[in-house]
Ligand binder design. Structure first.
Ligand code: B3K
Ligand code: ZN
Length: 851
């Protein structure tokens, strides 16, 4: 397969003035008729062949200005069609094509496909070329008109509806867009309607379209949409720009959702929610993803990306915006902690391994493999740093300039940085390294105290990553505060701007030696390497005025304790447990925050920490240490935990809001610990009585861990067998919570279950993602889980390569482990690589993982 390079970018030789598409839908033989008005692109002088992407299309007719293209001047390959320059007139011309495609046979779920009897599309990144011949690249933007002919009752496309009759509907999208934002849906759907009036007075019809049985679970998604539309007007001054906004939920979807212009298509798990079927985490994700896709209307659609190397231009910014939205809807510190937990678990993990790449990569084989935590989450962190450096005002001015200057453009990271430079007068050339360099910087700190002056000396070092051996220093905003020994803050949060490899900052005229709170709010995505005595961490856990660093101090304490338990067989530290106890019973603290403090670091997190320190992590010892610590915490804190568990029970009717969800999260965190010593008694009672999925799923997990789920598992299945999303949970919980030595066996048994419909991405991810999330189970010394997993990747690949490639990242950490495990994983990866007909997706991934 061919590698594509950023440096090879060239504008397309033609512009498109308008696109007209007609779809005659039929499951196995859909006809697509396209009329595309091309004109020469003045940016590319001279005469050019017309190359149009096209894959898996049966070409029936191709015409230029009404005349068939002579066969000798038309070359068709697996990748597209080329019309020789001599067949093209000098000026504008009309290309017309008729093709036939097979939506029913499209199991890869890219292009036009069928899900549960309905037609739907997924075009980003390069799916439109499976619908018709087209310059399928984001810098070619055009207005689209679409006519759909079918016997389906509901037919939707982008833009505004213009006309319809029995068996047909027409749509018109006036906003020029790239093909990856095209969408079409046709099916037997019902809608939850609502409306929104923008602040300049445009009335927008809102609809959420679902299958008939699902209508009672759309209200929260609609409410989230309306709050998103309001927030984007208030926070960014961005209004919606069409008369309708449609959301459709589909059961078979490769990712979370897609921001197609005016017609967002969602994985049904990110739309459908009721208290009985969705956990609080599901509610929070639905709110966040509805917002994310809606926010793309400006950051992604009105301003799109010039090429796929610039993906983080829209994704990093839109993640940043959805994070801001969630902080505004819920709790800012809690959201920050959750985001950092997930950044470390996914992005730091990626950055440490063979798949490390910069937020803006400079080459790729399969672009779908670059929808990563680095592009999304690190892309968002980089914007957070920019905002910290230029201040809130500077950020607001830069964003206004970005929307003014680039509306309607396909832009680049250079364009993005330039608006910050122009709006604030800063030079961002060094800052740009955050976009072009891979790897997580290590930041070490030393302290010097003399004559009333505290000197903090920082050193930054970024380890080599694939293809980037040496790294230059980056600009790192380090948020620091100082506390008196009695806990008073003597220096409020201040941003230190580090630009050198080693740099010192002085704080003079201090009466006594302060305690430094460093990297407050996680002001930069770095690993802070700092030897801190447990007493100082405990002090910060008790007194830091920065909630993030308060949590971080507890986290670091827990990690220190666990690492020593793993490496030196230490006993669990009493200091840590009593500090935790004080926090648990501090009613002035938000329950959601206390819940986060009670959550012990994950086994994968500990493995990563050990690997960072140059040790090979032993999954069994890590598992045992974490279990021992959890049990010890439960024993020592049994009273406050039990009181908390009771006190946090829901009062009154269910609400999905942050306050009620925070109480439930503290309740189930307490349950998880108590479960280690009460033999599952509380879990059983809760399981029998729970009126919401957060508690019901948590209780089921506890029963599995306590080894007494024989009755609960079939009961749960029986109750929820009609609900695919809940049955996904049933699969996942069983593998995630299986005992390590049984995990592979449980997974194998479930894979043979009649409900294991593995062609459905959610179902496949439940089981395979579940086993990969069971750290000690996945890495069990027998290698059974590795084998099981590789077998399934091989089975999935020909059916849905995107899903297989995505799941293969479970192996990205293989180099951390001991020689036996490494040999087993390498053998599985080699076995995959030698399979005939491997997809470009999985072959790129396994190749990179093997290194
Ligand atoms: N832009 C889509 C992701 C498309 C993934 C293509 N493999 C959803 C999102 O980020 O909002
Ligand atoms: Zn996005």
């Amino acid at each position: 397969p061919q590698t594509i390079y950023l440096k090879d970018y060239q504008p397309f030789p033609f512009r498109i003035e308008r696109v007209d598409l007609t779809f005659r839908l039929a499951p196995k033989t859909t006809r697509v008729i396209s009329r595309i008005a091309f004109a020469p692109n003045p940016e590319r002088a001279g005469r050019h062949d017309l190359f149009l992407h096209g894959e898996k299309l049966r070409l029936i007719a191709a015409r230029i200005d009404g005349a068939d293209v002579p066969a000798a001047l038309l070359t068709v390959t697996d990748e597209g069609a080329t019309v020789a320059a001599q067949a093209l007139p000098d000026g504008p011309f009309l290309w017309e094509a008729e093709v036939e495609i097979d939506p029913e046979g499209n199991t890869a779920l890219e292009g036009l496909y069928m899900s549960g009897g309905m037609y739907c599309t997924q075009c980003e990144a390069e799916g439109f070329r499976k619908i018709t011949y087209y310059p399928d690249r984001p810098d070619v933007m055009a207005p689209f008109k679409v006519r759909i002919e079918s016997d389906m009752p509901v037919m939707l496309s982008n833009g505004n509806p213009t006309a319809s009759g029995p068996g047909w509907a027409e749509w018109d999208d006036p906003w020029p867009k790239p093909s990856y934002l095209f969408a079409l849906v046709a099916g037997n759907l019902v809608n939850l309607p609502d409306s929104f009036t923008t602040r300049s007075g445009r009335k927008v019809d809102l609809n959420i379209w679902v299958r008939p049985g699902d209508l009672d679970r759309c209200a929260f998604a609609m409410d989230s949409l309306i709050r998103s539309m309001t927030w984007d007007e208030e926070a960014y001054g961005r209004e919606y720009d069409l008369d309708v906004f449609n959301i459709v939920a589909v059961d078979d979807f490769n990712m979370g959702a897609m921001e197609n212009k005016g017609l967002n298509i969602f994985n049904s798990k990110l739309v459908l929610a009721s208290p009985e079927t969705a956990t609080d985490l599901d509610f929070e994700r639905i709110e966040g993803v509805i917002a994310h896709e809606y926010f793309h209307n400006w950051t992604g659609n009105r301003i799109t990306c010039r090429d796929w190397f610039q993906l983080c231009l829209k994704e990093g910014l839109t993640v940043f915006r959805d994070q801001q939205f969630t902080s505004a809807m819920r709790s800012e510190p809690v959201k920050r902690i959750e985001d950092v937990l997930s950044l470390r678990a996914r992005q730091f993990r990626e950055d440490m391994g063979p798949l490390a790449h910069p937020p803006r990569p400079s080459s790729f084989v399969e672009i779908n493999n670059f929808y990563t935590a680095t592009v999304y989450e690190k892309g968002a962190e980089v914007i957070g740093m920019l905002k910290r450096l230029v201040g809130d005002d500077g950020y607001a001015r830069a964003l206004d300039l970005y929307f003014d200057r680039h509306d309607g453009d396909a832009a680049t990271i250079e364009d993005w940085l330039k608006v910050f430079e122009d709006a604030t007068g800063r030079d961002l050339s060094q800052f740009k390294r955050w976009y072009t360099d891979a790897g997580t910087p290590r930041l070490s700190v030393s302290e010097d105290w003399r004559d009333g002056t505290l000197t903090l000396t920082f050193t930054q070092m970024t380890p080599p990553t694939p293809g980037q051996d040496t790294k230059l220093p980056r600009v790192i905003p380090i948020a620091v505060g100082l506390l008196n020994p009695n806990g008073d803050e003597i220096l409020p949060t201040t941003i230190l701007e580090m630009t050198e490899a080693t740099q010192s900052f002085r704080f003079a005229d201090l009466a006594s030696r302060p305690v430094a709170s460093i990297l407050r709010g996680f002001s930069a995505p770095v690993v802070l390497e700092r030897e801190v005595p447990a007493s100082e961490r405990a002090f910060l856990l008790a007194h830091d005025t920065d909630p993030f660093n308060r949590w971080e101090a507890g986290r670091a304490l827990a990690k220190d304790v666990l690492v020593r338990m793993v490496t030196d067989d230490d006993a669990p530290s009493a200091d840590y447990i009593s500090a935790l106890g004080r926090l648990l019973t501090d009613d002035s603290l938000d329950p959601a925050f206390r819940a986060l403090c009670l959550r012990l670091p994950s086994e994968d997190d500990l493995a990563q920490t050990l690997a960072e320190a140059g040790r090979s992590p032993d999954p069994d010892r890590i598992h045992t240490a974490r279990e021992t610590l959890a049990r010890t915490v439960a024993e020592r804190l049994v009273r406050p935990l039990a009181l908390t568990y009771d006190a946090m029970a829901d009062r009154g009717p269910f609400s999905p809001d942050a306050t009620a969800a925070g109480r439930r999260s503290l309740r189930v965190a307490a349950l998880g610990l108590l479960n280690r010593i009460d033999g599952g008694a509380r879990a059983q009672t809760l399981f029998d009585a729970a009126g919401n999925m957060t508690e019901s799923a948590a209780a089921l997990a506890c029963l599995i861990e306590a080894g007494r789920a024989e009755a609960a598992l079939p009961a749960f299945h029986e109750r929820w067998k009609g609900n695919r999303l809940v049955i996904d949970k049933w699969f996942m919980i069983q593998v995630v919570h299986a005992a390590p030595h049984q995990a592979a066996e449980v997974a194998e048994r479930l894979a043979a279950h009649p409900d294991f419909d593995w062609r459905n991405p959610n179902r496949a991810r439940s089981l395979l993602g579940g086993i990969a999330a069971n750290h000690a189970g996945f890495h069990h010394a027998s290698g059974a889980a590795y084998r099981f997993y590789a077998d399934w990747l091989l089975r999935l690949d020909p059916v849905n390569p995107q899903i297989a490639a995505r799941l293969s990242t479970a192996f990205e950490t293989w180099a951390r482990y001991d020689a036996d495990r490494r040999a087993m994983v390498a053998a599985e990866l080699q076995r995959i690589r030698s399979a005939p007909g491997l997809s470009r997706d999985l072959s790129e991934m396994t190749g990179r993982i093997l290194g």
